[in-house]
Write a protein that binds this ligand. Structure first.
Ligand SMILES: [Zn+2]
Length: 271
């Protein structure tokens, strides 16, 4: 099943799928084995910086091979694609799904760029996610002025034909300095205005009950990145303090295990 069909089905059932970013073999392994243990489907995400870090072909092939080997139903997705050029390279490399993030442009420009990505992705049968409104990037705070407006969302989805829409309703990337507060009323209004499955970015640090409420109100895809890095690196540090072990194949599995637990817990919350 392609991802756009999966998202539409989940959206109708008011259910959600976890989309987790991976950064290396270890975090990929943690995510896929977590999904397998929970019998869950999963979206494996690569950001532009992770693609630069691992190399596009290697990262994509590694993710595909991990899914095939585990029997987990999953898809490879480009997270926050900053240019049509990068999107095109990912489509050529066999990604199932791409995000074009032109959220910092004007509505008109965002529509134009996203529409072009939809046109290109069509040939590949790929899912296209775009962002409307502005979700705070790392170390920024979310400004309610950047929240997604239901009228704009309706126009945007109708004119672009995107098959997933990332909405700005109060979440932010990175960890939260204050208790996050999602505007669920606004989410309900956006959901009523569009037929496109909705995506929540910046799920790291959002309390479980709030995530569940967001799913009930119409979020279909939940993006998780920061908590994964945090779980992996903190556990790794803990381990390194206590040991002089240099065999990374003995040390890394502790961090993989911790990350797998995090993924399993998230999957339990959102299922
Ligand atoms: Zn994001």
């Amino acid at each position: 099943m392609n991802l756009q069909t999966k998202l539409r089905e989940l959206s109708k059932e008011k259910k959600a799928i976890l989309a987790a970013n991976f950064y290396n073999f270890e975090t990929l392994h943690a995510i896929v084995s977590g999904a397998k243990a929970e019998h869950a489907s999963i979206i494996l995400q690569l950001s532009e910086s992770s693609i630069r870090y691992m190399g596009l072909e290697l990262a994509a092939q590694m993710a595909k091979t991990a899914l095939r080997g585990s029997g987990v139903e999953g898809w490879i997705h480009l997270d926050h694609g900053g240019s049509i050029d990068l999107v095109q390279r990912c489509l050529d490399a066999g990604f199932d799904s791409v995000m074009i993030d032109a959220s910092e442009r004007s509505l008109e420009e965002n529509i134009k760029i996203s529409k072009e990505v939809v046109r290109r992705a069509e040939k590949y049968g790929a899912n296209v996610e775009a962002e409307l409104g502005y979700i705070a990037k790392l170390h920024q705070s979310q400004d309610p002025a950047g929240f997604t407006q239901p009228g704009d969302a309706k126009r945007f989805t109708e004119e672009t034909g995107v098959t997933a829409l990332a909405v700005a309703i109060g979440s932010a990337h990175g960890f939260y300095r204050q208790e996050p507060k999602l505007n669920l009323e606004l989410l309900g209004e956006i959901k009523a205005a569009v037929h496109t499955p909705l995506v929540l970015h910046g799920a790291s640090g959002i309390p479980d009950e709030m995530l569940v409420s967001a799913i009930r109100k119409g979020i279909t895809k939940i993006n998780l990145a920061t908590e994964t890095k945090n779980a992996f690196m903190r556990r790794l540090k803990e381990e390194l303090i206590h040991t002089d072990e240099i065999d990374l194949r003995i040390v890394f599995p502790k961090a993989i295990e911790k990350t797998r637990e995090l993924i399993q817990n998230k999957l339990k919350v959102i299922s």
